[in-house]
Design a protein around this ligand. Structure first.
Ligand code: NAD
Length: 256
């Protein structure tokens, strides 16, 4: 186990020696941006029983409740900006060291830190927009919110009349096939995987660091508390993500 500055330099050395690095991120990387994670004490995400996919589809009242909760969470996350952890990973992508980040997050902060969207593999979708469940048309949240606040009704698609849902993967909803395929490919291609800010209990997502490790990659777990997979890791770093990864970020062009 390592901590603090030592950890940063050990991780930097592992990255330097690696051919292909992949990061696997969870909600913990965004807490320093002001977005609460899922399982820490007082999590607003756990205040209510989740609305699973089948219930969302079957029940108008469940859809209204899902949208009420969605907008309440958006108010908590409003204005969140990428932090030192997001920037450090963006530096590794920009340097050509990391082909992509595999993330469970739905907040879009990896992209906001400068990682091209096609290099962010979102296993649980994206909460910054919505899609029609029938035709797939993208819908913007501002327009949905304005209409929802005026009518109290959950949105339907202007194109086909289908149900519109935040573009995230709900409990009971199928995983996105292309993201799963790419994540698997990367897990098998990397020789170093950094699991950052995830309790590593949500499957199938948490299977990717495990797959990489079993395929011979070095597994580093960075989290402020123990995780389910610490016993599998080559290096466990207990610390705050921004503090540990921050030194890996290259200075932004504006500071030159
Ligand atoms: P989790 O809440 O289960 O685990 C987060 C882990 O990060 C915890 O072990 C916590 O101790 C640690 N952590 C929090 N802040 C940290 C910090 N600053 N430094 C070091 N460690 C820190 O999250 P998960 O494993 O990603 O699973 C939760 C699910 O909820 C995911 O599927 C995700 O889709 C969703 N979710 C996403 C967001 C987001 O997009 N930001 C937020 C909440 C939940």
């Amino acid at each position: 186990m390592a901590s603090g500055r030592d950890a940063a330099s050990v991780i930097a050395r592992l990255i330097e020696r690696a051919r292909t690095v992949v990061a696997f991120t969870g909600a913990g990387i965004s807490t320093e941006s002001g977005i609460p994670d899922f399982r820490s004490p007082d999590s607003p995400w756990l205040a209510n029983r989740p609305i699973d996919f089948d219930l969302f589809v079957a029940s108008p009242e469940a859809r209204r409740e899902a949208w009420r909760r969605k907008f309440a969470m958006d108010d908590i996350a409003r204005g969140a900006k990428p932090n030192a952890g997001h920037r450090a990973l963006a530096s590794l992508v920009a340097a050509g060291k990391m082909p992509a980040v595999i993330t469970q997050n739905i907040d879009g902060l990896h992209q906001a830190a400068g990682i091209p969207p096609d290099q962010v593999i979102e296993l649980h979708g994206n909460g910054t927009y919505a899609t029609c469940l029938a035709c797939g048309l993208r819908h913007e949240l501002d327009a949905i919110r304005t209409a929802f606040e005026a009518t109290g009704e959950a949105p339907t698609c202007r194109h086909c009349g289908g149900l519109v849902k935040s573009a995230t993967v709900s409990f009971g909803q199928g995983m996105p096939e292309e993201a799963m395929r790419r994540a698997r490919e990367l897990a098998l291609a990397c020789d170093l995987i950094l699991a950052v800010g995830s309790s590593l209990v949500v499957y199938p997502a948490a299977g990717f660091p495990l797959l990489a490790k079993r395929n011979g990659a070095t597994l580093v777990i960075l989290n402020r508390e123990p995780t389910e997979l610490d016993c599998m890791a080559d290096l466990v770093v207990q610390g705050e993500i921004g503090q540990v990864l921050g030194p890996l970020a290259s200075p932004s062009p504006a500071t030159h």
